[in-house]
Design a protein. Structure first.
Length: 368
């Protein structure tokens, strides 16, 4: 079977691997010099030790070792929260053949709102929504949909990867981080690393299918994924019930990226990486506002720190007007598609959020 790798029509910028974290790689839009009348230039820098099979990593973070997936205790909703959830989210009636999903439109959640009440002079306040690149399945969202919405793993997968079909393949051996083993063994370690043993079993099943599909999209062997040895029996049981199942799109394995949480809706691949996939579009993740600790997190930075990070990353000298440093273009899914830096340079929004150490490319800010 032909394995489809992403084709690059734009500059490739791959994030460096950081100690103690799983790596993420992503496409970046071309960086454009806008000072005066200069023409567009393309940054073609590629990090060392990266190859095609390490692109589009499914893990959570590519810029900060503190951004590994944090496990959360299960929350019991209040009566008011439960009523709000019931009104906001209901399991959709299936009108397509079993084993495939329908298509959904964009879930544009609009420009992110600042949650900072105030900010001091000489200071920025950034509000972020979500955790990671926010494309594809939200791991926290999968857990919330299973726990509070009654979704099974198929409904979770079809929600986050609309237009795909679920098929049973031959579950042979796969390779992760140079270790070859049975699909059950490798996937159990991945699910244990990504979700521990505390999330809902249906969410674990969805994670197993997404991870397996991602590995098979890359020819059955990947590097840089998260593995954790000795998964407990409940994890093994969840994986065993779906081992060998994969998501297909247009007769081939889908690119099933995933991340920790999505901040109200997932991002489209087009907004984050500049390349469209029919099944990597923005879809709602309605429970985030009620339960996700990464929803509306505020980070304060001094203007000196922001200046240092930006100038160090992009090699430009910022003006003395901090209000002009960060001019954002919001994409169709409500995430920051690009940032014009002080009228001098336009960069990819996701990579820019990494430069500032923000958890997500959906953010807002105020400055004093």
């Amino acid at each position: 079977m032909k394995i489809r790798y992403p084709q690059m029509g734009i500059a490739l910028a791959v994030a460096a691997l950081l100690a103690g974290t799983c790596a993420v790689s992503a496409y970046a839009v071309p960086e454009t010099e806008t000072a005066g009348t200069s023409t567009a230039v393309t940054d073609t820098t590629t990090a060392a030790n990266e190859s095609d099979d390490t692109l589009w990593k499914a893990e959570i973070s590519d810029y900060d070792s503190s951004l590994s997936l944090v496990q959360y205790e299960e929350v019991t909703p209040s009566e008011e929260q439960a009523a709000a959830i019931q009104n906001a989210t209901t399991l959709k009636e299936v009108t397509v053949p079993i084993g495939s999903s329908g298509t959904e439109g964009s879930a544009n959640i609009g420009v992110a709102a600042s949650m900072a009440a105030s900010v001091s002079a000489g200071q920025f306040a950034f509000t972020t929504y979500g955790y990671g690149h926010c494309v594809g399945m939200s791991q926290n969202g999968a857990d919330y949909y299973a726990t509070y919405g009654g979704y099974d793993y198929q409904s979770i997968l079809f929600h986050y990867y609309p237009g795909t079909s679920l098929v049973q393949t031959g579950a042979g051996s796969i390779t992760a981080n140079g270790v070859t083993g049975s699909a059950l063994d490798i996937l159990s370690q991945i699910v244990y690393a990504e979700m521990s043993s505390t999330m809902h079993p249906e969410a674990m099943k969805a994670q197993a299918v997404a991870a397996y599909t991602y590995i098979m999209f890359n020819g059955g062997s990947v590097t840089g994924v998260c593995l954790k040895a000795n998964p407990p029996q409940n994890v093994v049981d969840a994986v065993s019930s779906v081992v060998g199942q994969a998501l297909y799109y247009d007769g081939d394995y889908a690119l099933t990226v995933y991340g920790a949480s999505s901040g109200g809706a997932t991002a489209s691949a087009a907004d984050i990486w500049g390349r469209s996939y029919d099944y990597l579009v923005s879809v709602p993740s309605e429970y985030d506002a009620l339960y996700d600790p990464n929803y509306g997190e505020v980070t304060y930075m001094s203007t000196d720190e922001v200046r240092s990070r930006i100038q160090g990353a992009y090699g430009i000298a910022l003006s003395d007007n901090p209000a002009n440093w960060i001019q954002m273009e919001i994409g169709d899914s409500g995430f920051v598609r690009s940032v014009n830096i002080d009228g001098q340079k336009t960069v990819n929004g996701y990579s820019f959020s990494g430069v500032l150490g923000l958890k997500s490319p959906r953010f807002a800010y105020i400055c004093g």
